[in-house]
Structure formats: structure tokens, C-alpha cells
Write a protein that binds this ligand. Structure first.
Ligand code: GLU
Length: 553
């Protein structure tokens, strides 16, 4: 056993450069002058440059809760794992989240700058802070230097595995835990690399009953591992940085992914030895996907929809994605949305206790439906503006069309937008080019054409009659009456019931007549409302398409 004095000397030897005391440091980070209901939350990613939809989900929740409470939302960068870091990683995170309307009141604003009084907001710049606490812990015998090499740790692990005990650095396996002052001093004099470990006083047999803000009541086992607090490069582990940063930044509670739930007992022990007030946790379960009949986590490698770039490049309206994520978060969101279709999403009373506890399903088909619904409610001009913006970056050909044919494009977007039948076939802006094909002659040229299985002579008769009677000024009612008449004249049935009772008597139904015109004009068997399509195209284009088709018969 080392004496108190010996521990104190060791702490001085280890951290001779650290002069500030723990109390002096704590004074530099006073409690904020906010009332209890104002939530101070943070999002704390590593600067890996890759943002996934789970990050958007988690940060959106923090953003909404802090905004709704008139609180503070902080961006802290956890860059203690230097291997995973990429250049511009912070900027990519900021821009990716900003795209989804997630913005921060405090913390990093770009690679090198931050705002706020509780920084630095990049962990690698907080090393001296962590060292103040590490020094304090070592001086009190609550942490110690460990000189075990990787080979030694491997052999401990092997021995543990062979004898069927839990693996890890703890209890009697923790060789440096009770090392004498002289042994430690000797290693330090030799300049042997070391890490700083927690001197755990926990007992795995003891249970901790606690309440997670999302998962509700949970029971965990105490930590008994002498976890690494500072690595040999002097950087902290996540386990050490988290209690320190969240305490100094005066965070209200910790919202994080539930992969950290199993480390919570360790974190609780670190809070305790640091003499910090325990923080509450809300552990968010990962987004899942149905795959081959089972549920699995969304994966970077297997699921393109995992990456945020997928939504940006495909042109999903941000609000539709947000609505979908809120739907996943709280299942009562969709009812609320139906009743409050016009109001800002921030009005929704998002509740952590209503989150899915086990892992919410992320279903791209459902997202597409929500997005189609969302887009169907936009005005044509609004669609135009949004597609214009998106296409600047992601589809220059489409962008040219939008710029050069503004009114024509707005008219296209207006097809089935304001009448009784509202179209719901656009889920994302990248759906637009294929829908433009029928309207632009150059695109129409190259597009694949549907072929009708109807006698060519009959098709010719129908189309010629149509051209003879077609008048652009007709309303849809008059227009359709003419088609019915052409049908009747050519042996088609205009009455659905009559046709059903005796189909053999007719060449087909009036719908088949309209189909000939549809295919002649658009090349497709499926289009939005044909009358509206033709009105948008204009008389000349309609006539020339039909003539061309007639020639091809
Ligand atoms: N850097 C950690 C992560 O990305 C943060 C976890 C937390 O929010 O505390 O998983």
C-alpha cells in the first residue's frame, strides 16, 4: 500500500507541468445563470467526417429539446481517437447537420473557431483540464500509473480466458494497482510509457438501480475495472472526458447512443471519484432496418440510406426527413401532425419517455410516403424553387431546363396539384427528371416508349378523329366528351357496367381510347391526368406528337 504522501509525490512526478488545482479550475467553469427548465444539451461526435442518419436523429432530438426549453445546444468535438479523424471533419459535421436545420448555440463553428464561454470545445485542446483531474485523483490514490505493456495485457487476457474468468484489468490482475512507490518511481526514472488507470472500488456483484430518461428503470452491475483514464499519449479516453466535459459545460443530462449503456457504471464511478454530481442519461437506441425477416442496425457498408449524403444527393425535402425522424421518435407525432399541419415542428412536445426503447425501425418506404405527402402539399412555385436549388448541384441538365423554361416548369409541377385529385408521386427531387421526360422534346426523344397492344389501323382511326375534333380551348369535360364520342363511333363502350355485362360486344372501353391518345402524346401508359398534361404541353406539341406517332404506326 502506498501512503498518502507517496501518492502525492507520484502525482507531482507524473504531472509536474500541471500547476492549477482542481478547485481553481472548477471556479473557471461556474454554473450557468439559467433556470432549471432551460436544458443545456450537447452533441458530441468524433470528427470522422461521416455523418449518418442516426447522428441527425440524435442531434435533432437534442436540438429540439434545448430549443423548446429556451436552453443551450452545444457542439463538442471528441477527437481523442486520432486515427479516426479526417481533414475538414468538423466542417462536414456542421454543414451536414445544418442541412437538417440542426444548429448550435455554443461550441465549434468551423475547424478552428468556437463560440461560448465553456470551451475549449475540442477535446484534444482540453488536455490540461483532464490532467488537472487525473493529477488530483492520483494524489488521492483514486487513480494510478500503469506500466503494463501490450504483451503483458495480452498474456493477462489469455490467462483469464484459459481459466474461465472475465477478461480485463481489475482486482488481482491489475498488477500496478498496488505497486509500491519505489517500483513506480523506478519506471518513471527509466521513462517507461504509462497510462493512468482508475483505482476502482466497485464490486461487480453489487447492483445499481437507476432510471434512464428513455429506457426507464434499469438495473446495472457496478464497475470493477481499472479503466484507462489517460492514454499513453496523454489524451483522455471517452470514459474520462465525458464526466469532466459534461460537468464543466454544465450539461443538464446526457443524450447519447445506447452503445454506451454498458459503460454507464464506469462513468458513474468516475463521476463519484471526481466528486461530481451524477448526471442523468437518456440512451437512444439505434435505427434498425428489416432485413431477411429480421431486425438489424442500419449499416454504413450495406445501406446507402445510412449516410446523410443519400438524402442530400437525392433531394429529399429536409422537413420531410425531419417529420419522419420525429415519427420514429414519438409515435404520436403523426396524429399531432395531421391536426397541426401548418405549424413549426418545434411546436411538437417531444418526449424522451415515449421513445422506442429497443430500436426503432427506419423504413425508407415510409419515408418516401411521408415525403410524397409533404411535397404534394407544396405550391408549384415552391416546388420549382426547391428543385432549382437542388439541381444546381446535383443535376445541371435539369437545372438548365428550370432556368430556361421557368413558367413551363411551374405548369408541369402544377399538374394534379390543386384540383380534386392531388398527385403524390414525387418523393424526392431526383424523381423529377423521369417525370419531365414527357414534357421536353429532347428528353422525350431519348426516352423508352411503351407499346400498345391494339390494332394499328384502329389506333390510327382514333387518333385521326381526335386530331379532327381537338380544340385546345375545351375544358376537361368537353375534352372527355369528345373522346367518348370517338370511342362510341369506333365500337368502344362508354358505360362501365354495360361493358362488364357484355365485354365481347365491344372493342374495349373508353379508357382504352384515352390510352391510345396518352401513348401517342407521351410515349407512356402511365401519366398524370392526360387533359392537364396536354394543356401544359400546348396544342402544337400535342398535335406534332400525335402526327409523329401516326407516321410510326
Ligand atoms: N463521441 C461519442 C460518440 O460519438 C459521444 C457519445 C456521447 O454523446 O457522450 O459516440
Amino acid at each position: 500500500m502506498r501512503t498518502d504522501d507517496e501518492n502525492k509525490i507520484i502525482s507531482e512526478l507524473l504531472f509536474s507541468d500541471i500547476k492549477e488545482s482542481k478547485n481553481e479550475l472548477l471556479k473557471r467553469y461556474p454554473k450557468r445563470n439559467l433556470d432549471e427548465n432551460q436544458l443545456i444539451l450537447r452533441f458530441a461526435p468524433s470528427p470522422t467526417g461521416f455523418i449518418h442518419i442516426g447522428n441527425v436523429y440524435t442531434s435533432l432530438v437534442g436540438y429540439i429539446l434545448s430549443k423548446r426549453s429556451n436552453g443551450v445546444f452545444i457542439l463538442r468535438i471528441e477527437d481523442t481517437d486520432k486515427v479516426r479523424e479526417v481533414k475538414d471533419g468538423i466542417t462536414q459535421i456542421i454543414n451536414g447537420l445544418k442541412y437538417f436545420g440542426v444548429e448550435f448555440d455554443e461550441g465549434m463553428v468551423n475547424e478552428g473557431e468556437s463560440k461560448g464561454e465553456y470551451g475549449p470545445y475540442v477535446q484534444s485542446q482540453r488536455v490540461d483540464i483532464y490532467k488537472v483531474f487525473a493529477k488530483d485523483l492520483v494524489s488521492k490514490g483514486l487513480a494510478y500509473p500503469c506500466f503494463s505493456t501490450t504483451e503483458e495485457l495480452d498474456s493477462i487476457r489469455e490467462e483469464q480466458t484459459n481459466s474461465g474468468v472475465r477478461t480485463g484489468y481489475f482486482g488481482k490482475w491489475a498488477k500496478w494497482r498496488e505497486a509500491s512507490f519505489d517500483d513506480i518511481k523506478k519506471q518513471l526514472d527509466m521513462g517507461t510509457p504509462f497510462v493512468i488507470r482508475l483505482y476502482s472500488k466497485g464490486n461487480i456483484e453489487n447492483k445499481i438501480n437507476t432510471r434512464d430518461l428513455i429506457k426507464g428503470g434499469i438495473t446495472l452491475s457496478e464497475n470493477d475495472m481499472d479503466a484507462v483514464l489517460l492514454k499513453s499519449d496523454g489524451l483522455p479516453t471517452y470514459h474520462f472526458a465525458h464526466p469532466i466535459d459534461d460537468t464543466l459545460m454544465d450539461i443538464s443530462f446526457v443524450l447519447r447512443g445506447d452503445e454506451w449503456l454498458s459503460s454507464q457504471p464506469l462513468h458513474m464511478e468516475i463521476f463519484k471519484v471526481l466528486d461530481f454530481k451524477q448526471l442523468e442519461y437518456g440512451h437512444i437506441s439505434p435505427l434498425m432496418k428489416m432485413d431477411e425477416g429480421g431486425k438489424r442496425k442500419l449499416s454504413k457498408r450495406r445501406d446507402p440510406e445510412f449516410a446523410v449524403s443519400f438524402y442530400i444527393e437525392n433531394g429529399y425535402p429536409v422537413d420531410a426527413v425531419k417529420e419522419y425522424l420525429l415519427n420514429i421518435a414519438n409515435s404520436n407525432f403523426s396524429d399531432w401532425r395531421t391536426q397541426n399541419s401548418e405549424v413549426d415542428l418545434l411546436e411538437f412536445n417531444l418526449k424522451l419517455e415515449k421513445f422506442n426503447k429497443a430500436g426503432a425501425l427506419f423504413d425508407i418506404t415510409k419515408l418516401n410516403d411521408i415525403s410524397k405527402e409533404y411535397i404534394s402539399k407544396l405550391k408549384a412555385e415552391d416546388v420549382y424553387t426547391r428543385v432549382l436549388e437542388w439541381s444546381k448541384e446535383f443535376n445541371t441538365e435539369l437545372n438548365d431546363k428550370l432556368v430556361n423554361h421557368r413558367d413551363y416548369c411551374i405548369n408541369i409541377f402544377n399538374v394534379e396539384r390543386e384540383g380534386e385529385k392531388i398527385r403524390k408521386d414525387i418523393a424526392k427531387w431526383s424523381d423529377i427528371p423521369s417525370q419531365f421526360e414527357i414534357f421536353f422534346d429532347d428528353m422525350y426523344e431519348g426516352s423508352s416508349k411503351d407499346v400498345l397492344d391494339m390494332d394499328k389501323g384502329l389506333q390510327g382511326d382514333i387518333l385521326n378523329s381526335f386530331l379532327d375534333t381537338y380544340y385546345f380551348g375545351d375544358d376537361s369535360y368537353e375534352w372527355f366528351n369528345k373522346i367518348k364520342k370517338i370511342g362510341q363511333d369506333n365500337g368502344f363502350c362508354i358505360d362501365y357496367k354495360e361493358y362488364e355485362s357484355n365485354p365481347k360486344k365491344f372493342k374495349g372501353r373508353v379508357g382504352d381510347v384515352a390510352m391510345v391518345i396518352r401513348v401517342a402524346v407521351t410515349g407512356k401508359k402511365q401519366t398524370p391526368d392526360l387533359y392537364q398534361v396536354m394543356q401544359v404541353m400546348g396544342e402544337d406539341r400535342v398535335r406534332s406528337r400525335i402526327k409523329r406517332y401516326l407516321n410510326s404506326l
